[in-house]
Design a binder for this molecule. Sequence first.
Ligand SMILES: *[C@@H]1O[C@H](CO)[C@@H](O)[C@H](O)[C@H]1NC(C)=O
Ligand SMILES: *[C@@H]1O[C@H](CO)[C@@H](O)[C@H](O)[C@H]1NC(C)=O
Ligand SMILES: *[C@@H]1O[C@H](CO)[C@@H](O)[C@H](O)[C@H]1NC(C)=O
Length: 278
Amino acid sequence: MASTEDKAVDKENVSNWKDSIYNPRTGELLGRTASSWGLILLFYLIFYCFLAGMFALTMWVMLLTLDEYTPKYRDRVPHPGLVIRPNSVDIWVNISDPEKYKTAYVKPLESFLESYNDTEQEKNKLCFSGEYFEQEDNKMEKEACQFKRSLLSSCSGLSDTTFGYGEGQPCVLLKMNRIIGLKPRGEPYINCTAKRNVVQMSYFPTEGRFDKMYFPYYGKKAHGNYVQPLVAVKLLVSPEDYGTEMTIECRVDGSDIRNNDDRDKFLGRVTFRVKVFK
Ligand SMILES: *[C@@H]1O[C@H](CO)[C@@H](O)[C@H](O)[C@H]1NC(C)=O
Ligand SMILES: *[C@@H]1O[C@H](CO)[C@@H](O)[C@H](O)[C@H]1NC(C)=O
Ligand SMILES: *[C@@H]1O[C@H](CO)[C@@H](O)[C@H](O)[C@H]1NC(C)=O
């Protein structure tokens, strides 16, 4: 007896379960009528359209407040890295092999200095030395201060076309990476020191100064003619030091530019090795 009763209960359960998916008597699908489903779909459609609309509206308002000439947020100005040209950590100069040092160092320096061509730079503004060259926000195209390569004197490649590599007293050019809005305090200058050895050096322009007039930089778009100020260091290697590897460290000193960060050894400083031989 008990077993037939169980079967009846089973049958009822199966039909209940089927009904919960689709109930032919009420026309309900998953417990809801077609109109109920329709209302739910309509609700979500309107809800998501509303969200998309809100998103588009905020994007539009935000884009309206952006100006492609001036970056909006620049309250925290990062510190610049210091880089050298020729772009090489090891500068090996064999005085007896002009082909080699010309390809490796003289040609790259020559092409690097093309944008500092005196005649080209005369088109730029002659600015006041020692003062930031700040320009009106409403001026779209910013003016650039001129930096003529002849300022680099015997490292300009003009009087000595081998930049000193031919006489075993190579020149290295230093520049700080462009940072929009950077205004270094104090009087930034390059100070190079040789570790272990003693190497005489001369700096161009005098005292290796980065003039304040080349700051601030306003960005690629607004400040198209901008050129970074350069400092040239001529390593006056004496013949007794031929064949010796010398490690030179250069830093930006005299300003608030960070030059002793433990984690980033290129922030405001750079290290390279030089070896001159015959
Ligand atoms: C320097 O260059 C000369 C000429 O090419 C070559 O004979 C000499 O071996 C080179 N010196 C060194 C140390 O490589
Ligand atoms: C500088 O540019 C002028 C013309 O633009 C050119 O005649 C001259 O040779 C260039 N000077 C150097 C050193 O490249
Ligand atoms: C250059 O740096 C060295 C060591 O960091 C320091 O002893 C020297 O006084 C500095 N020279 C100048 C001119 O700041």
